[in-house]
Design a protein around this ligand. Sequence first.
Ligand code: GSH
Length: 208
Amino acid sequence: MNIFYEWPPTRSDRAKWALEELEIEYRSEEINLYKGDQRAPSHLEIHPLGAVPALRTDYYQMFESTAIVLQLIDENPKKNLAPEPGSYTRAEYYQWCVFAAAELDPPLLDYFNHKLRPADNLRPPQLRQDPSVAQLARQQFEVRAKVLSDHLGKREFLLGDTFTGADICVGHSLRMAQMLELLGDFPVLKEYLERLSRREAYRRVYKP
Ligand SMILES: N[C@@H](CCC(=O)N[C@@H](CS)C(=O)NCC(=O)O)C(=O)O
C-alpha cells in the first residue's frame, strides 16, 4: 500500500496532484505541521528534514514534491504525462519541472514567510519578518513569472498542446502565487491556472 504524508495546503499538494492524475491508490497520512508532527522520530525516518510531502511504497520511500511527481509519472508511462526519457522534448519537460522547484518556490516561500505567515507561526531559524526580504522575493518571483507568461502566451500548456507533469510542477507554484495574490499583473498565468483548475484531479486536490 502507498502511504502519502501530507498537510494541505502545502507543497504536498503538488505530489498529491500527480497521485490523483495517475489514479494511484494511496492512504493519506496527515502530518500536522502546527502540532509538530513533522518532528516526531517516526516522521523523521521518512523525511529527515521534518517536512511534507513524503511517499512510502512497498518498494521505496522518498521525499521532495517534484521528485515524487517525476517518479510516479515514469512508473506510469501509459498515462502519457511525460515525453519519453531520452527524447528531445524531455529536455524541456525537465527544465520546467526543475524551474518550479528551484526558481518559483523559493521566492514564493520567502514572500509568505516574511509578509504573510502569522508571526506566532514562525519557525527557527527565522524568528522575525523582514519587509525588505518580502519585497525582494516579490521582485524575484515577478521576473520568473514574466518568463513563464511569455512562454505560455503562445501555448496551452508548458510543452505545447499536451498536459504533462511539468504543468503539475509549475501549476502548483502558480496556485501558491495565486493564494499569495501575486498573479494580478499576469493575466496569461491566471488563464493558464484557470485551465489547469478545470481538471478533475486538480479539483480533488485543491479546494476552492
Ligand atoms: N523542497 C521540498 C520542500 C518541503 C517543505 O519544506 N515542505 C514544507 C511545507 S510547504 C514543510 O513541510 N515544512 C515543515 C514545517 O513547516 O515545519 C519539497 O518540494 O517537497
